[in-house]
Design a protein around this ligand. Structure first.
Ligand code: ME8
Length: 656
């Protein structure tokens, strides 16, 4: 059977700890994309799973006094449970300790060995256990792992190698010939540079310490966890076992992952392995950005991980929303808050704001007020809108096109904005048409038309947001009295003419998103903030203070100043003085808003090294979340950037 389904994957996560918001992010987005393709009527297969043969999994098991397999069984189950809680509808779940996977890994190893893409040699070099990555001497930073900054260990072993160096030219040619293969565009350059620097062959075995897949015919060694793990994308869909299934799905349409495992593993090693096997390459690799918490990387091993379920539990408790609705709010927030591809800093304040403004005030309000009026004026029964013209159908049609185009391009923020534009239009329409006056004036037909149109918007929005907020969409459908047909509706039904049967009995309204009260609950997770006096002083860039107001060295040392590189810059609409800058701090990217538009054109800034305050509390400025502030001198109102004297200083370098 030829390829006949949309196939999307997430990374398989290490089972060294329970899932956190980072793993949940990739999985939520993948789930939303899969649901969107199903909604368009496409056959879809969504794969996720767990990566279990890693040394760090065995180490985590040992720490808890457990056997690795029993520990992996327990954690894999917890991953499944969290995905169930988050309503992740995967079609396949693969564990790398499953026999169906191990068999394929062994077969691939043997085949590549036989054809000379794998050979035996001696390996000496550094290995970072937390990252499960080999490093050459020059790749370390100050003797530590250049990825996570932790201690590395020296490894000297006889090993098998994968002949990665032989694939450089083919990889570059494929990237060149297939625009869109590596996304987002700015990460593609990282891959090209990495390959052009010269690829070294990769050691793909380790000494067998009792955990991992033994090398066929050489059981003193186990297969390197990345060689094993990447194969999950094909072992899970029947490679070498079920040709029909495999051919109907491969090549994958979209492989999603974070930027940490994009360049080296997914865009270099994995495609080279596929080339060695004579298989087609996936259509798109997308490396999204990282969420940080107060500027710090969130990770299981750093112990500052936020649990999505706890976050939702707290929201549900405080607001009184249903738990599945609060979980939807988490799903919505991560998709909406940060452009997909860029980094984002998680803040409870923006999470709460989004809940109150987008969900309670906009979407919730539209449904509540319309259903209340329908109850009052038409006993909650959908009236005949026959005498009404001038509804919102054209606005809905325009937004559904924009949203679909955006979702097709993985621009979720833009797509959701388009959907929210009709929600706002619906609320405005009700305000402008004043149904309460129409009722007083006895204009019943017009009144019916206005309420019908407002309900049309709620219905269209429910269909379009359903990939991101499935429980919410279903609850809206229930209140609209269309729950039974809702599950079978497709994206095309957004534009149905006269979508409600006259006489349909609606339910409620039951407020779906009860507003979070003005009483601010203590923010969770607790984030160590820099003292307010310090941030205020910095923000105001005040003149030197009298001696008794001088700040202490301790105060100053709390400020994290860093060199950053400007990757992109653009003007902010209706703000003559402001530019939005995308900056790189080496291992993360951020957006900041800077008041330098009167001194610099956006294009003058791209590529420049600047100095920023990296741990300033995020602030929303003209709708943009600014995560940091650049330093500039000011003469007669003109900003002059502070820059390192030498532009080779790497982005991320601390300024003291
Ligand atoms: O790397 N922000 O597994 P892993 C956004 N087993 N996404 C994040 C994140 C954050 N702060 N933290 C983690 C592995 N992620 C390998 C993968 S695939 C063949 C093998 C997400 O458990 C993001 O998708 O360390 C990242 O790439 C992945 O979790 C790493 O998960």
């Amino acid at each position: 059977m030829p390829k006949s389904a949309y196939y999307i994957t997430t990374p398989i996560y290490y089972v060294n700890d329970v899932p956190h918001i980072g793993n949940a992010y990739t999985t939520i987005i993948a789930d939303a994309v899969a649901r969107y393709h199903r909604l368009k009527g496409e056959n879809t297969f969504f794969l996720t799973g767990t990566d279990e043969n890693a040394i760090k999994v065995a180490a985590a098991a040992k720490d808890r006094g457990m056997e690795p397999k029993a520990f992996a069984d327990q954690l894999a189950e917890q991953f499944r449970e969290v995905w169930k809680t988050l309503d992740i509808q995967y079609d396949g779940f693969i564990r790398t300790t499953e026999p169906r996977h191990i068999k394929v890994v062994e077969a691939i190893f043997s085949r590549l060995l036989e054809q000379g893409d794998i050979y035996k040699g001696n390996y000496e070099g550094w290995y970072c256990v937390p990252c499960e990555t080999f490093f050459a001497e020059g790749e370390l930073e100050c003797g530590k792992c250049s990825s996570c900054g932790r201690e590395v260990e020296w490894v000297a072993e006889e090993n098998y190698y994968f002949r990665l160096s032989a694939f450089s030219e083919r990889l570059l040619a494929h990237i060149e010939a297939n625009p869109g293969f590596l996304q987002p565009e700015f990460r593609k350059n990282e891959v090209v540079n990495f390959i052009k620097q010269g690829l070294r062959d990769v050691s793909i075995t380790r000494k067998n310490q009792g955990w991992g897949i033994p090398v066929p015919g050489d059981p003193g060694k186990v297969i390197y966890v990345w060689f094993d793990a990447l194969i999950n994308y094909i072992s899970a869909i029947g490679y070498l076992a079920d040709d029909e299934k495999f051919n109907s799905l491969w090549p994958a349409d979209l492989q999603l992952m974070g930027k940490d495992i994009f360049v080296r593993f997914h865009c270099t090693f994995w495609p080279a392995m596929l080339m060695g096997l004579g298989l087609e390459l996936p259509k798109v690799f997308f490396g999204h950005g990282f969420w940080t918490l107060d500027g710090e990387k969130i990770s299981k091993s750093k112990g500052n991980a936020i649990s999505p379920a706890e976050l939702a539990g707290d929201l549900a408790e405080e607001s009184g929303a249903r738990l599945d609705i609060a979980l939807d709010a988490v799903r919505y927030f991560v998709a909406r808050e940060v452009s997909f591809g860029l980094d984002g800093d998680f803040s409870m304040k923006s999470f709460r704001n989004r809940f109150n403004s987008d969900l309670a005030n906009d979407l919730g309000n539209l449904l509540n007020r319309t259903l209340s009026m329908l109850n009052k004026y038409f006993d909650g029964v959908i009236p005949d809108p026959k005498h009404f013209s001038g509804g919102l159908a054209p606005v809905i049609a325009g937004a559904s096109n924009t949203a679909a185009e955006a979702f097709d391009k993985l621009e979720f923020t833009k797509g959701l904005e388009a959907i929210w534009s009709i929600i706002s239009a619906g609320n405005k329409f009700v305000n402008d048409m004043k149904p309460w006056d129409l009722e007083k004036e006895g204009k019943t037909d017009e009144l019916a038309g206005v309420l019908y149109s407002a309900l049309e918007v709620a219905r269209a929005a429910a269909i379009m947001v359903s990939p991101f907020m499935p429980a919410t969409a279903m609850e809206i459908a229930r209140q609209l009295g269309i729950k039974d047909q809702f599950a079978s509706l497709k994206w095309a039904n957004v534009n149905d003419e006269k979508p409600f049967a006259v006489g349909t009995k609606t339910q409620g309204p039951d407020p779906i998103f009860p507003r979070l009260g003005s009483k601010k609950k203590e923010d969770k997770p607790k984030v160590e903030q820099i003292p307010e006096e310090v941030s205020k002083a910095v923000e105001a860039q005040e003149a030197p203070k009298p001696a008794d107001e001088l700040i202490s060295y301790d105060y100053f040392s709390k400020m994290k100043l860093k060199v950053a590189e400007v990757i992109a810059a653009e003007r902010i609409e209706k703000a003559d003085k402001l530019l939005k800058l995308k900056i790189s701090l080496g291992d993360e990217e951020r957006e900041i808003v800077a008041g330098v538009a009167e001194s610099y054109a956006p294009e003058e800034l791209v590529g420049r090294k600047i100095v920023i305050i990296a741990n300033l509390q995020p602030a929303k400025i003209r709708g943009v979340i600014s995560n940091g502030m650049l330093l500039a001198a000011e003469i007669d109102g003109k900003a002059i950037l502070l820059q390192p004297e030498n532009s080779d200083v790497p982005a991320g370098t601390k300024v003291k």
